[in-house]
Design a protein around this ligand. Structure first.
Ligand code: ZN
Length: 408
């Protein structure tokens, strides 16, 4: 069994935390100066680990194994949300790196290899999973042409040129090279912590369906327009969203979540009946049948609102991502490894958050493994996981990969 080196593992995570430190977390948005430093730092760590390391034309950092035997792809991302935590993404990349080193260091596993990857922009500063989607061949040049940073508006082309990555080829995966893909991540929720558990084997990454709802009425004076003659788009929207919430409670699956993340009225004054209202509405589930059921209910309720009037309501789909089912054999490998290191402390669970693995899973068998998040906090600088849980997680992760590759 290959042994990870806890000091080396934690040392790398601490070193990465020092690049772009913000309070106890990091501020390393994609292609920021600190992000570029961290990518170069990772290339050096990969090279030291004996991997053939490079940064490609979209900023993916890739370390190719020179092992002669079966190969696993593993990784995550190293940029952060703005002013966010030190482990979201970084943990999965360093776990993959440490697993690659552990396999190389042990004579019994030296023939087994791990290609380590840090996918660029998982956090969506410029687009939607551009790095992992590029790696599976799902991003055209036109999408990169259009991509711009959501905080400061810089075009991705300009950022790539300034980084020195422009003109480099974009790497695309050769699926036949891999047994599959493993990604470790912090849970970003409280299920493991509340259950005093140590390892989450992810069964599926939820599908996420996003909508923009628009109600059109008639803008008028709030004092002189009688109630019977109003076309109040604001009230129409409030009634509709309340009805959706009531219906969803009746028909949702046990893990469904739904959110109205934004509602705005136009023109938005205290003495003006809103002429238009817009809302962003989203739901997530790991079961396509449930997603489809919620989608139908949403459309039925909008049709009902239009029949009743007096406002006109329409809905636009912003995106519909499919749930990604994780590989059963890989889940069992994680469970076998967990049974060795933390007997009885592993659980299966879906991921409510999106991850690069949902795209990689379209091409090769994939799995994710969660470690506990203290207080379930993430996308905030106070995000944390104990050193003990980090080391335990890396042991389980490495053993599981070795187990899969050895049985290949
Ligand atoms: Zn992440």
């Amino acid at each position: 069994v290959p042994a990870i080196n806890p000091e080396r593992l934690l040392g790398d995570l601490y070193a990465l935390r020092k690049i772009g430190t913000y309070k106890t977390g990091v501020h390393r948005p994609t292609f920021s100066p600190d992000d570029l430093v961290s990518r170069q730092w990772l290339v050096e760590r990969m090279t030291e680990a004996g991997l053939g390391a490079q940064i490609d034309g979209i900023g993916n950092v890739f370390g190719r194994s020179r092992a002669s035997g079966p190969i696993m792809l593993a990784g995550s991302h190293i940029e952060s949300q703005n002013h966010a935590g030190w482990l979201d993404g970084a943990l999965g990349v360093i776990f993959a790196l440490e697993a690659a080193r552990a396999l190389r260091d042990d004579p019994s596993t030296r023939d087994l290899g791990i290609d380590v990857i840090a996918f660029c922009d998982e956090e969506g500063h410029y687009g939607s999973y551009l790095g992992s989607r590029s790696f599976i061949g799902d991003v055209g040049e036109d999408e990169i042409d259009r991509a711009r940073d959501r905080t400061h508006g810089k075009m991705m082309r300009d950022a790539l040129r300034e980084a020195g990555y422009a003109g480099r080829p974009r790497l695309t995966m050769d699926p036949s090279r891999y047994r599959g893909y493993f990604e470790a991540h912090i849970e970003q929720g409280r299920r493991l912590e509340l259950g005093k558990l140590k390892i989450g084997g992810v069964t599926a990454i939820v599908g996420l369906w996003d909508y923009r709802i628009i109600a059109v009425g008639h803008q008028n004076h709030a004092g002189t327009t009688m109630m019977f003659e109003r076309k109040d788009a604001g009230m129409a929207m409030v009634r509709l969203v309340a009805a959706i919430d009531r219906r969803f409670k009746e028909i949702a699956g046990p893990r469904s979540v739904w959110t109205c993340g934004r509602m705005e009225f136009d023109p938005g004054g205290p003495s003006i009946i809103p002429g238009e209202a817009r809302a962003l509405f989203q739901f997530r589930d790991d079961d396509l049948a449930v997603l489809t059921r919620l989608d139908s209910a949403l459309h039925e309720l909008i049709a009902e609102a239009n029949r009743e009037g007096p406002c006109e309501v329409r809905v636009e789909v912003i995106r519909k991502s499919q749930p990604a089912i994780m590989n059963e054999g890989f889940l069992q490998a994680l469970e076998r490894a967990a049974a060795q290191h933390v007997p009885g402390l592993a659980v299966r669970m879906p991921s409510g958050a999106g991850h690069d693995a949902q795209h990689v899973a379209r091409k090769i068998p994939s799995v994710m493994m969660f470690v506990p998040s203290i207080n379930g906090i993430s996308h905030h600088w106070s995000e944390d996981t104990s050193d003990e849980d980090i080391v335990l997680g890396a042991r389980v992760f490495t053993d599981a990969i070795a187990g899969v590759l050895r049985s290949a």
